[in-house]
Design a protein around this ligand. Structure first.
Ligand code: SF4
Length: 216
């Protein structure tokens, strides 16, 4: 078993190797409500269907207030290509309603002034918003020290034996180890690596820049 210092060294090394391979991207600081809705739409679907669902939604509704006021079944229809239309429509409406109840308008920019812990707590108080979704909003829109762990990242980290049996443990380790200005790139680079090389079935280990630190 690796010591905590060995684990951190290993995470930093992997982050550097992936950055050399895929580059260092920076967050576009997208509107946080957009990020929240997009991430809810991304739950249990692939990128292509999620993008189509989001495009369907913004083609149908001009503002988030319109989405909040829309009948749930209409919203479910507009986003149905992403799957779980009913469930996601309910989650989106609940989230928008919770924001409006707190702020009087559908705007999440107030999270910038909150501590990461408090901002995370607020997002997690919404039905259907879990750790990954909340971390996406805080990392992508606010550059806060949060590391979203999706299916690709979880799979690769397990193969690399980066300690932790849960997504939360992996997120904690990375957040304590990697500088905040590298977290976003590390997240995206791991996903890209999971799509191109460390695929769920038949990973291309011979072509992998991480093979010297992998236990698979
Ligand atoms: S060596 Fe293979 S299993 Fe390990 S990270 Fe690379 S592709 Fe994945």
């Amino acid at each position: 078993m690796k010591s905590s210092e060995d684990l951190k060294r290993c995470v930093r090394h992997i982050c550097e190797l992936l950055e050399c391979e895929y580059g260092r991207k920076h967050p576009a600081k997208t509107n946080p409500v957009d990020t929240l809705v997009l991430t809810i739409l991304s739950q249990t679907t692939n990128f292509k269907n999620c993008k189509s669902a989001y495009e369907g939604l913004i083609a149908e509704y001009k503002t988030w207030q319109d989405v909040l006021e829309a009948p749930e079944e209409d919203l479910a229809k507009a986003i149905s290509v992403g799957g779980l239309g009913r469930i996601k429509a309910r989650r989106i409406k609940n989230a928008l309603s919770r924001i409006k109840e707190k702020e009087g308008e559908i705007d999440l920019r107030f999270l910038a002034a909150m501590s990461t812990e408090d901002a995370m707590g607020f997002l997690l108080s919404m039905d259907g918003v879990g750790q990954k979704t909340a971390a996406c909003v805080l990392c992508f829109s606010f550059d806060k020290p949060c590391f979203p762990v999706d299916t690709h990242i979880y799979r690769i980290c397990k193969r690399l034996d980066l300690g932790g049996n849960s997504r939360e443990e992996i997120a904690n380790l990375v957040e304590k180890t990697i500088a905040v200005d590298k977290l976003y790139a590390f997240h995206l680079n791991l996903i890209e690596h999971g799509r191109r090389i460390c695929t769920a079935r038949k990973p291309k280990c011979n072509d992998c820049v991480l093979k010297d630190c992998c236990y698979c």
